[in-house]
Write a protein that binds this ligand. Structure first.
Ligand SMILES: [Zn+2]
Length: 270
């Protein structure tokens, strides 16, 4: 497995995709790793297995918001931690970092669906860390500072992670960039920005009606925010065969830095 600071994209799709997994990823630094969201089901376990990432090596989960395509998979992550604990893994522990409503939702989903004996183990092994806008926490040598993306649909937190090397990764969540977050999002080495589709395909996919962006918007924001590189995710899945090249080409008309449009399971060195 590749070592060093990197992102493993477990999924790259938006909510209704069926040909790839919902957007979630692991941010690895030299001595720590954080899972960000879990997609909409137990596919997260399949993606982790295929990526060669053991749940036993993940001790931090960041949940951006309560939409189904991000939070339902967290139940399976918790179940996996419980399964490891039952198998005698004393290191099987997970800290869940999220705003209050997202934590309450994870707790409720687990309470309603896990067996009582498993829920008892989860209550010992899984800790809930309630974040407020601007709060920071450490994962290994990495500092993760969350920020409210100021969604108009559902409260959502993004984050700015400063790696042990000093390099930075900003995750804007799955909605368009809000100017209010310019101070926390500017000058990142890597900017993670959603794009539902190509600007050229706006008539077909109607991204703005869904409160999403296009690859061109992502390129414009990356340029305006002074990003070093741009990672585009959370897309439609009807154009997967041409997505990587076409999205990158469109974003490149506005942004001169490095652009990555990852496929599921792709590893991006940071
Ligand atoms: Zn989403």
């Amino acid at each position: 497995m590749t070592c060093g600071a990197r992102i493993t994209m477990l999924g790259t799709g938006s909510a209704f995709v069926t040909r790839c997994y919902n957007t979630c990823f692991v941010l690895h630094d030299t001595c720590g790793a954080m899972l960000v969201d879990a997609g909409g089901g137990n596919g997260v376990l399949c993606q982790m297995e295929d990526a060669g990432i053991a749940m036993a090596d993940i001790h931090d989960l960041f949940v951006t918001h309560c939409h189904t395509d991000h939070i339902l998979g967290t139940v399976w992550v918790v179940r996996k931690v419980v399964q490891l604990a039952k198998a005698g893994d004393s290191a099987a522990r997970l800290a869940v970092h999220a705003h209050g409503k997202a934590l309450d939702t994870v707790q409720a989903l687990c309470s309603l669906t896990l067996a009582p004996k498993d829920m008892a183990i989860a209550s010992e092994r899984v800790t809930l860390h309630r974040l407020e806008d601007g709060d920071a926490f450490a994962v290994g040598g990495m500092e993760v500072r969350c920020f409210d993306i100021r969604s108009t649909k559902e409260r959502q937190f993004g984050f700015r992670a400063t790696l042990a090397s000093g390099r930075s990764v900003v995750c804007l969540g799955d909605e368009p960039f809000n100017e209010a977050n310019r101070p926390v999002a500017r000058d990142a080495d890597w900017l993670m920005h959603e794009a539902f589709c190509l600007h050229a395909d706006s008539g077909r996919f109607k991204p703005y009606e869904k409160h999403h962006s296009t690859a061109l918007d992502a390129g414009r924001d990356a340029a305006s925010l002074g990003a070093g590189g741009l990672i585009i995710y959370h897309t439609e899945d009807k154009t997967l065969a041409t997505r990587k090249e076409a999205y990158a080409a469109e974003a490149a008309t506005a942004f001169g830095g490095r652009i990555v449009v990852p496929d599921d399971l792709e590893v991006i060195p940071l």
